[in-house]
Design a protein around this ligand. Structure first.
Ligand code: PHE
Length: 371
């Protein structure tokens, strides 16, 4: 074998070693492999010229070329390993999680006191056979006032401090409902009392009046109640409300007083007070003492209201009531100020909020009072 060819082979061997060494990724390595060992590769071309050599030269050159070929294969394999290790390390470095960062404490949500009250009231009335109705917050003048026997010039319209929306093209202004009573009308319009015989609904929901101080918020909550059927009378109203208040305030001794009042949509009407005593630390003891607190409005559904929705007041009577949920909540849980209710301050919620409702605490009042 001529020295010339030997040198050439050595040169190729050296060159391939360096190229493999310098390669930076797997695809470069693959190019190198094809370049040397492929069908038209340099090493392959040496094997091709071997056929013109004599036997001993053939053996000598065959050995040399084969060992170089094996070296190249080995070098490529090794480099491949190095490159893929580097790749893994690089990935690990990039995806590194900094475990020195403080993790956020897991926070539990809590139930807003108003939500808790809605749940409690709903459970109490559900036990008395009531179901829940809802109506829109943006209400027509008709449902909020007129259908409730509050005609246009009626002073009650002024008393409600109504938020009016912009008038439509016909000059009619919608209102943010000032009470949940419009849902009385919507419910009575919807049902067929001759078929139902009797309905019992409550309507917890948002209401709005232009008023803001420690005990008034422009958005607040009410719960309406309505029972209509044959032979419904004032004693049903009294019995239902007394039972409700005793359960809600968890006090079988609770004194309840009905005071004559006036609402355009009920006749007769009564405001309902509960007995309380102011303790030396300023908090209220509900159910004890001789002071009275007003908690809700009520009355027998006015015949005009029934007539307005096509129900014969000679055949059907009903009673209705409405209560402010903020007030009931503040009284039950000793919350002194209404304003933070809607500030979304988590510290306040943590203090006054409730962990989720469960069957036992929800019905504690019922069991506690009547078992
Ligand atoms: N809607 C009345 C109010 O907002 C409360 C009420 C409801 C009174 C139903 C009587 C009957 O003050």
């Amino acid at each position: 074998m001529s020295n010339n060819i030997k040198e050439k082979i050595d040169l190729v061997a050296e060159e391939s070693k360096q190229k493999i060494e310098k390669s930076q990724n797997i695809s470069q390595l693959e190019d190198i492999r094809i370049n040397y060992l492929g069908k038209k590769g340099l090493i392959t071309s040496f094997l091709k010229i071997m056929k013109d050599l004599d036997q001993s030269q053939k053996i000598e050159m065959g050995k040399k070329v084969n060992s170089i070929k094996n070296n190249i294969i080995k070098d490529i394999e090794q480099k491949k390993q190095i490159l893929s290790n580097e790749l893994i390390h690089q990935k690990i470095a990039e995806e590194k999680i900094d475990i020195t960062l403080e993790n956020d404490q897991e926070e539990y949500g809590s139930l807003h006191p108003i939500s808790k009250t809605v749940e409690e009231i709903s459970a109490i009335f559900a036990n008395m056979g009531f179901y829940i109705e809802e109506g829109p917050d943006i209400e027509s003048d008709y449902y909020n006032f007129t259908a409730l026997n509050i005609p246009y010039e009626h002073p009650a319209r002024q008393e409600h401090d109504t938020f009016y929306l912009q008038p439509n093209s016909e000059g009619q202004r919608k209102v943010l409902r000032t009470h949940t009573s419009p849902v009385q009308i919507r419910t009575l319009e919807k049902i067929n009392i001759d078929k139902e015989k009797e309905i019992r609904v409550i309507v917890p929901g948002r209401t709005y009046r232009s008023d803001h101080d420690a005990t008034h918020s422009p958005m607040f909550h009410q719960c309406e109640g309505l029972v209509v059927g044959e032979n419904i009378n004032m004693s049903h109203l009294k019995g239902t409300l007394i039972e409700f208040l005793k359960i809600y305030f968890n006090s079988i001794e609770l004194s309840v007083r009905f005071r004559p009042s006036y609402f355009p949509f009920t006749e007769p009407s009564a405001e309902v007070d509960i007995g309380f005593k102011k303790l030396s630390d300023g908090t209220l003891d509900i159910g004890e003492g001789d002071d009275w607190l007003e908690v809700l409005g009520s009355g027998m559904v006015h015949p005009k209201v029934l007539e307005g929705v096509g129900i014969n007041p000679e055949k059907y009577q009903g009673f209705a009531f409405g209560m402010g949920l903020e007030r009931l909540t503040m009284l039950k849980y000793n919350i002194p100020d209404l304003r933070p209710f809607y500030d979304s301050d988590l510290r306040w919620l943590k203090h006054y909020g409730f962990l989720g409702i469960n069957e036992t605490n929800l019905h504690a009042g019922l069991n506690g009072v009547f078992s």
